[in-house]
Ligand binder design. Sequence first.
Ligand code: FES
Ligand code: FES
Length: 159
Amino acid sequence: MTTHNISVTVNGELEELLVPGNMTLMKMLRETLALTGTKNGCSAGECGACTVLLDGEPVNSCMVLAVECDGANILTVEGLSGDNQLNPIQEAIIDEGGVQCGFCTPGILISGRALLDRNPDPTDEDIKEAIVGNLCRCTGYVRIIEGVKKAAKGLSVPV
Ligand code: FES
Ligand code: FES
């Protein structure tokens, strides 16, 4: 297998990595960088548990090759919080009871963050559209949607 040198910024840290040509971004994050907050639900682009921001856009990291990320900026769920403080969208989704088993939560948070970055005052329909690719078996989505709305209301604080 051919390997490639890549430079990628992950959660603000520049990483210089040697990656196999067939390594996915999800595998690079979880296994090379030990960022296991990004979940592997299906490895097939179906569940959204592996969602990260790639240059500001949400992507299923199981469907992106690591080598394609050379020069890119990646944000994972680990990058949402800082200094032992939760990001407002994390707090809001917890407050609204939008976390049960938590397996979908990292992907939901990233999709929600991407939505609020481009639309700080989303309607319910906007939120549903933003998280349409994030499957949750536990919550029924209502509480997740309420959490994103609550985070939007608090947008005087940057998300
Ligand atoms: S693990 Fe990537 S979409 Fe399910
Ligand atoms: S909280 Fe369990 S899958 Fe969403």
